[in-house]
Design a protein around this ligand. Structure first.
Ligand code: ATP
Ligand code: MG
Length: 199
């Protein structure tokens, strides 16, 4: 019998997607011999309900543009299309259904998010649906304190001190984001006037 495919899952707000996300996905794909990495832009992010987030369709399209040239990178609409706030446990259930029972799922997450993972909805069930891969992120300590060691692995990725927040702030201040985000994303941001204060 053919073994199940190895699928990485990179969830995020992607407002905008940047090269830190892409490097992390690429490095984990190499380390874990993944067949595919699926980027999953969030619908309404529950951790960010107090801040304004760009429309899901813009974040989805930027993710498509950023990943289009990599044959192993895919984008899923499961979170964008689901009503209500995005919970990782729902993402994993939907992708488990889409990829079949014999697929191996690897949820990729940065050190900042990993720190909070045990507080996520249905954390215990999440760990039965996927393995978790924590990646380094400049400014955040990568520790495995209190994490279930059999389901969580930690991976060092080439340090990219980039955040979406910094990209948004740069655009708002009229500074360039070339080489922090893929070229097509620079152009999409300008075309749609994202992150530029309107008065
Ligand atoms: P924001 O500043 O708006 O929070 P962000 O840069 O943190 O944006 P998210 O969409 O929140 O981007 O992150 C999605 C996932 O990517 C998270 O697991 C996060 O930890 C991880 N991540 C983001 N930036 C990096 C980076 N530079 N290196 C490694 N992982 C990253
Ligand atoms: Mg973040």
């Amino acid at each position: 019998m053919k073994a199940g495919r190895r699928i990485g899952i990179m969830g995020g707000t992607f407002d905008p997607i940047h090269n830190g996300h892409l490097v992390a996905a690429s490095e984990v794909a190499d380390r874990f011999a993944l067949d595919e990495v699926v980027f999953v832009p969030t619908g309404v992010p529950w951790q960010k309900s107090d801040v304004t987030v760009s429309p899901a369709e813009d974040r989805y399209l930027m993710t498509v543009i950023a990943t289009a040239s990599n044959p192993r990178f895919q984008v899923s609409r499961v979170d964008v299309d689901r009503e209500g706030p995005t919970y990782t446990v729902d993402t994993l259930r939907d992708l488990r259904r889409a990829y079949g029972a014999d697929a191996e799922l690897f949820f990729i997450t940065g050190a900042d998010a990993l720190e909070k993972i045990l507080s996520w909805k249905d954390a215990a069930q999440m760990f039965t649906l996927a393995r978790f891969v924590g990646v380094t992120r400049p400014g955040f300590e990568l520790t495995d304190d209190h994490l279930p060691a059999d389901t969580v692995s930690l991976v060092e990725v080439p340090a990219m001190a980039i955040s979406s927040t910094a990209c948004r702030d740069r655009v708002a201040a009229g500074k360039p984001v070339w080489y922090l985000v893929p070229d097509g994303v620079v152009q999409y941001i300008a075309k749609r006037g994202l992150y530029t204060p309107r008065d």
